[in-house]
Design a protein. Structure first.
Length: 130
């Protein structure tokens, strides 16, 4: 199966899904498991080749900005410790009219699951934790 979005990785799951578990370097969702970080959107869940908040760049979030009209909120799970988003990225989210919040990956998973269950227009970038 190929991605519907230019530049996106092949989706692991071509729809939104609750995150059932996280830890041990990966996630379980939609009856499958994945090692590594994830990007979660209303149209699917993709692998995300980011393993640390160090050096976040706008390119890391290009798939988010491509979906700006489809998202109201975006959660960033930063791993075991919360970290601030660099100001230039925070401004980019603001300019795209997407509310963004950073938190630990566990908190981001829980928040994403609640907002997804409420059928909100939510996305998440989740850094895998051990």
């Amino acid at each position: 199966m190929s991605a519907d979005r230019p530049g996106a990785e092949t989706p692991h799951l071509p729809r939104a899904a609750q995150i059932d578990a996280y830890g041990n370097g990966g996630f379980r969702f939609g009856g499958m498991s994945h090692r590594g970080s994830l990007l979660c959107f209303p149209d699917g869940i993709w692998a995300w080749p980011v393993s640390s908040v160090d050096g976040f760049s706008e390119a890391d979030f290009a798939p988010v900005f491509e979906r700006a009209t489809e998202l109201d909120m975006f959660m960033i799970g930063c791993g075991d410790k919360p970290a601030p988003l660099p100001e230039e990225l925070r401004q980019r989210f603001h300019d795209a009219h997407i509310f963004v919040d950073t938190m630990t990956t566990g908190a981001a998973v829980r928040t994403y699951n609640v907002l997804l269950a409420e059928r909100r227009r939510i996305g998440a970038a989740l850094i895998a934790v051990d």
